[in-house]
Design a protein around this ligand. Structure first.
Ligand SMILES: *Cc1c(COP(=O)(O)O)cnc(C)c1O
Length: 388
């Protein structure tokens, strides 16, 4: 008789508690289910969390929407080029195409797996308008170098911070750096979730205003300002063909409590990552790069790379982990391998050697707050059996 199989350990799970559930039910009972007081409170709480009075927070229904709105507000359009990393999810780049601009994909730093500032610099042309760094896995991209390049060449910077809550760069929280805008994701598997949702953060009042108008049909209620105090509540003006990107109060209800729990979530993620780091010592693997001393890694992902010469290949390792009841993933199949990006820009793997090599060797292990130490140890035991 074989032992009873352990339940499947999924790759990711959200942690939704009774407070979130009660807050959602409160929204449902209140009759206010779409954007309203809770979405506004979530924006205010998010700004308070970032702790910088100069910031504007604009809640949206996804990070993809937030990235689109940020680039739109910055005037990115046909004829422009925007530089980003090939080692990301397609959302980072697709928003550039929404606006008719072109994407210039560049390679990563093999140590950090983040966009390589030297590769960015080599790709800048007179048509370049913006850079979109991604804080891959929750580790800050080299923002001092990227912001210096942007300043030198007059480029905008929009941070894709989908993995980066809470991440710091040189002691400052991502969201409070000197970029033009930063966009967080609250997708189901991110460090906090609203099911679907995102937050656009900026110091630029005009950018925030444009994003607020464009997230809801290009509707401007401040048109009231032109009238005197007795403007009717039904009045609005359409100033552009906007989008439908507003965050509902049902989603914001989740976000209000997820944000309160973020410090505890972060502590748990750090503890799980440390347990993996310790338990993987001695195996033929490359551990995830640590944050700079004193900085915070959000540990959205725990990305392991097989060392050259490991006794099993990446694909077979993932299959064996699945057979042992453990879910894994790969972040990411680089954009240069995806048919749309490859064909549109004539890309080849040899143009992105670091991303390509990392991709072939990498897998993301389960890492989420509902995991126990025993869950981590179970993953470690299988890895020791397969790689030891
Ligand atoms: C999840 C993710 C996004 C998209 O976030 P959504 O909220 O699902 O739109 C964008 N970029 C990266 C790197 C992501 O991981």
């Amino acid at each position: 008789m074989s032992e009873p199989a352990l339940p499947f350990l999924p790759f990711a799970l959200p942690e939704i508690g009774e407070e979130e559930i009660a807050e959602v039910v409160d929204s449902l009972r209140s009759g206010w289910v779409t954007t309203g007081p809770k979405a506004r409170r979530f924006e205010a709480d998010f700004a308070a969390f970032l702790g910088d009075a100069g910031l504007h927070c604009v809640a949206v229904n996804s990070a993809t929407a937030g990235l689109h709105l940020a680039l739109e507000a910055l005037g990115i359009g046909p004829g422009d080029e925007v530089i980003t990393t090939t080692h990301t999810f397609t959302a980072t780049a697709e928003v550039v195409r929404y606006l008719g601009a072109d994407v210039k994909l560049v390679d990563i730093d093999p140590a950090t797996l983040n966009i390589h500032p030297a590769a960015v610099e080599a790709t800048i042309t007179p048509r370049t308008k913006a850079i979109i760094p991604v804080h891959y896995a929750g580790l800050a991209a080299n923002m001092p170098a990227l912001l210096a390049l942007a300043k030198q060449h007059g480029l905008k910077v929009v941070e894709d911070a989908a993995h980066a809550l809470p991440t710091t760069s040189a002691g400052r929280l991502v969201g409070t750096l000197d970029s033009d805008a930063t966009v967080f994701s609250f997708y189901a598997n991110k460090t906090i979730t609203t099911g679907e949702g995102g937050m656009l953060v900026t110091r630029d009042a005009a950018l925030a205003k444009r994003a607020q108008v464009m997230r809801l049909h290009g509707m401007n209620r401040d048109a009231f300002d032109r009238f005197t105090a007795t403007v009717p509540s039904w009045y609005y003006e359409i100033v552009a063909p906007g989008f439908k990107y507003n965050l509902t109060d049902i989603a914001a209800a989740l976000g209000l409590h997820q944000l309160k729990r973020l410090p505890a979530f972060q502590q748990k993620r750090e503890q799980l990552a440390a347990r993996y780091n310790k338990g993987l010592r001695g195996l033929p693997v490359i551990l995830p790069p640590p944050p700079a001393p004193g900085d915070t890694h959000a540990w959205h992902l725990y990305v392991l790379r097989l060392a050259d010469g490991a006794p099993i290949g990446r694909d077979a390792l993932i299959e064996a982990l699945y057979a042992a009841g453990i879910g894994c993933s790969v972040h990411y199949i680089p954009l240069h391998l995806q048919p749309y990006w490859r064909e549109r820009y004539g890309l080849q793997a040899a143009m992105f050697p670091h991303s390509q090599h990392a991709y072939e060797q990498m897998l993301s292990l389960p890492l989420y707050t509902r995991m126990t130490d025993a869950d981590v140890d179970r993953v470690l035991a299988v890895l020791h059996r397969l790689l030891g």
